[in-house]
Design a protein. Structure first.
Ligand code: 1GP
Length: 248
């Protein structure tokens, strides 16, 4: 039987803090040593868990997953772009279904390919309704998935998708503007979804300051993800400021 220890850990975070903070490490952007340094900085800054992955990986994820898994004590959660990214060296995998799109391969195809490996490795799978929201520019996830993002002003469409994910039995909703997005997910959209559904809401993409992160939390986000901004930071001070703004 599969354990739910990482999901349980995540679900307890909003009982301790106002919201949780997840840092995304995309191994394509950094050399191995820089990934390891970033992960240690995140741990020191009080980040709650690391996401590892990206929508487009040209390098090898597995060796970096292995070293991070050995060296870092906060959970390491795979954030896969497709089934080829499944690694045994993680604590859990966000088992993403791109529910905002109508690409059957990303709704169920990659999940079927990944399922036997996930079982063989004994990794905890966290069923996640992944929703791409227009972030004001073309992003890698939009391009690679070949799907249209949900329009920024169609709050009713967004909450209907999130509600469908809840009825399908998913455990998290991930509202994604795309890594490096010009505009993060609108606060109003987060609030409407928060009012309509009970699932924890993860928000990421284009969050560039602690103030923006705090506003997403006030709107109803339970978890904030940042990647680009902390990867560009030279030290852990920005991650600490983000942790404080998100945890409170
Ligand atoms: C991507 O939401 C994450 O899935 C992070 O986005 O790189 O824009 O912080 P950024």
């Amino acid at each position: 039987m599969q354990s739910n220890s990482v999901l349980d850990y995540l679900l307890k975070i909003p009982t301790k803090y106002k919201a949780g903070y997840l840092v995304l490490i995309d191994p394509d952007r950094y050399e191995r040593d820089a990934c390891i340094r970033l992960a240690h900085q995140a741990e020191e800054a009080g980040v709650d868990a690391l996401l590892l992955g990206g929508s487009f990986l040209t390098g090898e994820l597995n060796p970096i997953a292995e070293v991070l898994h050995n060296e870092i004590s906060i959970p390491l959660i795979l954030f896969p772009g497709d089934a080829m990214h499944v690694s045994r060296h993680v604590d859990a995998i966000l088992y993403l279904s791109l529910i905002s799109g109508r690409n059957p391969n990303l709704l169920i195809g990659e999940q079927v390919k990944a399922a036997p490996l996930i079982q063989r490795y004994g990794i905890e799978a966290i069923p996640t309704g992944y929703m791409l929201i227009d972030g004001g520019c073309q992003t890698s996830v939009g391009f690679m998935s070949g799907t249209n993002p949900l329009p920024r002003d169609k709050f009713d469409l967004a909450w209907a998708h999130a509600l469908a994910a809840q009825y399908l039995g998913m455990k998290l909703i991930y509202l994604e503007a795309g890594s490096g997005a010009n505009l993060p997910v609108p606060n109003g959209m987060i609030s409407v979804i928060r009012e309509q559904i009970g699932l924890p809401i993860v928000v990421g993409g284009g969050i560039k300051t602690p103030e923006i992160a705090a506003a997403k939390v006030d709107a109803g986000a339970n978890f904030i993800v940042t990647g680009t901004i902390v990867e560009r930071g030279a030290d852990s001070s920005l991650m600490k400021a983000l942790t404080e703004a998100i945890h409170r």
